[in-house]
Every structure is written in C-alpha cells, then in structure tokens.
Design a protein. Structure first.
Length: 299
C-alpha cells in the first residue's frame, strides 16, 4: 500500500505518470501473483483506482458497457481510432497521459501489429484470388478493413460477432464494402456446421475474449479449417502468457483475455489432422507478445 501511495503522489502530470506508472505495473503483477482475487481487491481498494480510471481505455474496460471485457471499443482505444476521439478530448490531461503510456505497452503494440498483419493477408488474398471470400469469425469492428488496400475487391466478406452493438457499428462503419455480410452471432452455427456461411479463401479469428473458452477455441480452429476452399488459409491470433502487463490489465482495466503460448497454439492447430499438402505454422509478432497459428490448405 505504501508503494501505491508513492505512485499516486508522483503521478500528478504526464511526466509523473511515465515515471511512476511502470512501478504500478510491477506492483500489480506481484500482488496478484501472491494473493490472487484478494490481491485484486486490495489494489482496487486504493485511491489510485480513481486515477487509473481517468484513462479513457481503462475506464471503458472496467465499466464493461457491453457486458464483457476486451470488447471492440477497447481495441478502438488501443488503436486511437477516430470513433473515440471525442472521449479522448474530454479526458483529463493526466488521463490522456495514462492512455499514452498504455499504448506503449507490449500488448497494445501487439494488437496494432495484428491488425496490420490481417490487412496484409487480406490484400494477398485479393491478389491471389478473384472474387475472394473472407471470414472473420470474431470480427469486432473490423478495423483491419480500413488498413487493407484491396478491401473493396473482396467478393464476399462474412464478419461475425456475438455482440449485437458491435455488429451494428461494424456494418455502419464499413457500409462502403460491397462484399460485407455482417452477422450477429453465428459462432455456434459455424462450430456445428462450418459451411453455414459458405467456403472461404481466408478465415481468421483474433481478439478472443473471456466469452470464448478453451474448448470453443479448439472447435473453432477445426471449423475454420473445414470452411476453407482449396488453397485457402486460416489464422488464429492470441496474446501470449508472459505478458508483463497482465496484472495491470487485470487490476486496473478488468481485462483478462485468454493467453496462449507457442505449445498451446500448436495443440490448437493439432485439432486439424495432418495430411498431404497441409502446412501448419506457429510464429510470434515482432515484440513476442502475440502468438499466431496459421494453416494452409493445399490447392
């Protein structure tokens, strides 16, 4: 508690935040590791929680306006998307400093990099296949579509999400995409009948939330592969287990996304039996905080 007092006393302006907030990250990790849920309550029972909530991203995440953590709006904050610009302008200077610090965390960098990778894969698919069909199984607001240069040439883009508000915003934001098919729910049907929404040249799932348990993720990998066309590709992305900011995300953002390591991802890909021409790969993003699993179906 003395350490929390010290951080709160120092973090009065932008310089103080960037000097003191790393100590809050370390303290959060240590307390949660030692005391679990009791430690979380201890961390949140300190006035520093009110300071942390000056950060628009943390305040949104803790409030859970859509009923769960890690929603599409939180990802918008991590990308500084224009949809959150008014909230950022209304934040306190200290709150904006905390957000800037949050954006420098490895998890935030990994999330932004993931969207850039998705955009590149979409462009590659559009170049490889005329009238390509794409599936985003956990689409969120589909911000990668704005980064892809060839998004307009995708013939059919099925974008699914379990949250109705998220789907509505996705459809409105990308009303100019001629191939977009925004689907509310549909994950259960996809798992039971992978061809429900057709077959695809590219299928991907990122942004996994607490709503999706481990068993569902394994079934999702199998269903996505079965929905691929000849020569198709699937990708699953997940933050890694060794996130140094996981304790801070838990205590002061209420964000506890599923975390995997390389072996977990290999186990997930093993849900798809090996076969002639099937290529499986596990790799990490640039800072090592996002693990990717990719499978190519032979042409």
């Amino acid at each position: 508690m003395a350490e929390l007092d010290s951080v709160a006393a120092e973090a009065t302006d932008a310089v103080g935040v960037f000097m003191a907030w790393p100590r809050l990250l370390e303290t959060s990790a240590r307390v949660l590791r030692s005391f679990g849920e009791a430690g979380r309550a201890m961390l949140r029972d300190h006035p520093i929680l009110a300071i942390a909530r000056e950060c628009p991203a943390a305040n949104h995440s803790l409030a859970r306006p859509r009923g769960y953590s890690g929603d599409a709006r939180l990802i918008d904050y991590l990308q500084r998307h224009e949809s959150v610009s008014e909230v950022l302008e209304a934040a306190t200077p200290r709150g904006r400093a905390i957000l800037n610090w949050t954006l420098s965390l490895s998890a935030s960098e990994a999330v932004r990099e993931c969207h850039a990778l998705l955009a590149s894969l979409i462009d590659q698919t559009a170049e490889r296949v005329d009238d390509a069909h794409v599936l985003s199984a956990t689409a969120g607001h589909l911000r990668e579509a704005s980064l892809a240069l060839d998004a307009q040439s995708i013939g059919r883009w099925v974008a699914m999400d379990e949250d109705a508000e998220t789907v509505d915003e996705m459809a409105e934001s990308h009303a100019d995409l001629p191939g977009l098919v925004a689907v509310h729910g549909g994950l259960a049907r996809l798992l039971a009948r992978p061809m429900t929404h057709g077959s695809f040249d590219l299928a991907y799932a990122t942004g996994l939330t607490q709503q999706i348990d481990g068993e569902t993720v394994h079934r999702l990998a199998s269903a996505m592969f079965r929905s691929l066309r000849s020569g198709g590709r699937m990708l699953i992305a997940c933050l890694t287990k060794d996130l140094p900011e996981a304790g801070y995300m838990d205590a002061y953002m209420g964000w506890c996304p599923p975390l995997l390591d390389g072996q977990d991802m290999r186990t997930l890909l093993d849900q798809v039996p090996d076969g002639p021409g099937i290529r499986k790969r596990v790799f990490y993003g640039a800072n090592g905080r996002m693990v990717y699993g990719m499978i190519d179906r032979p042409a």
